[in-house]
Ligand binder design. Structure first.
Ligand code: FPP
Length: 251
């Protein structure tokens, strides 16, 4: 692929190795390591999360430049409520600011944002902020940006199951397609690539149903340091994978 004019020489070499026909349609990311990044620098965890927000902006810009159509970021899990109250409150403040500050940028860039998860448990001001961004960006089509908030994969499966049962569907009529229509990710293709930063080798209850055939990429790089170069490296690694989807052959 041709590198953008702003690319550094190293980034340019990586861009040029990427094949446009082999890019993932959907990249999912577990953004881990903000706390360790801050600790290494003698900074507060708050600073780490702020740097994490900056890395989100960079990731959105890179996938946009590459023409990748879907990105899903794990921003707050159903388990994250168990963090110290002060940290939860900082994350909520950052989220509220994010919804306010990012809206003009998302509009400028043609990005549609949707939240995945049970947002009804988030503070009302954040729910309003999310609803506003979702509505205003609804017609943007360049990039579908999904942000997982109070999200858990098992919880999502239960939520879908409840909704199907409430519809009174005959169990014999249930298909994978119908089930998928009841997930938060309905209308979004399954991720082709999952990236997890900071050296942990876990899925952590993220997109459990959707990741049946997703390629997994783990890196030691901490989320705030996950820049353009790191994204390009992850994509190049993905391009070297042979995907079989359970069959014998494939490419
Ligand atoms: C934590 O790293 C990562 C998260 C809690 C999710 C990602 C959050 C952000 C990027 C910041 C807020 C996001 C928005 C959209 C406002 P960690 O605290 O688990 O790091 P550690 O494992 O090194 O302690």
């Amino acid at each position: 692929m041709k590198a953008p004019s702003t690319a550094t020489p190293l980034q340019r070499t990586l861009w040029e190795q990427l094949e446009v026909s082999h890019l993932p349609a959907h990249v999912a990311i577990i953004m881990d390591g903000n706390g360790r990044w801050a600790k290494q620098r003698g900074l507060s965890r708050v600073k780490g999360h702020k740097a994490g927000v900056q890395a989100i902006r960079s990731a959105l810009d890179t996938v946009l430049e590459l023409g990748i159509g879907n990105i899903t970021l794990f921003a707050f899990s159903t388990e994250n409520w168990t963090r110290p109250p002060l940290e939860v409150s900082v994350l909520m403040t950052l989220l509220r600011q994010f919804m306010r500050i990012e809206l003009p940028r998302l509009m400028d860039k043609g990005i549609r944002m949707r939240a995945l998860g049970d947002v009804s448990r988030l503070p009302k001001a954040i729910q309003n902020g999310i609803a506003r961004v979702e509505t205003e960006t609804e017609k943007n089509i360049r990039l579908h940006f999904n942000i997982a908030l109070n999200y858990g994969g098992r919880n999502e499966i239960l939520h879908a199951t409840r909704s199907i049962m409430a519809d009174g569907l005959n169990p014999d009529k249930l298909t994978e397609t119908i089930f998928e229509q009841h997930l938060y990710t309905c209308e979004i293709p399954d991720p082709d690539l999952l990236i997890r930063t900071s050296g942990e080798f876990r899925i952590s209850n993220f997109l459990l149903w959707q990741m049946a055939y997703t390629e997994l990429y783990f890196t030691d790089v901490l989320w705030p340091d996950f820049d353009v170069e790191q994204m390009l490296r992850a994509l190049l690694d993905f391009q070297g994978r042979v995907r079989r989807f359970g069959g014998v052959h494939g490419d």
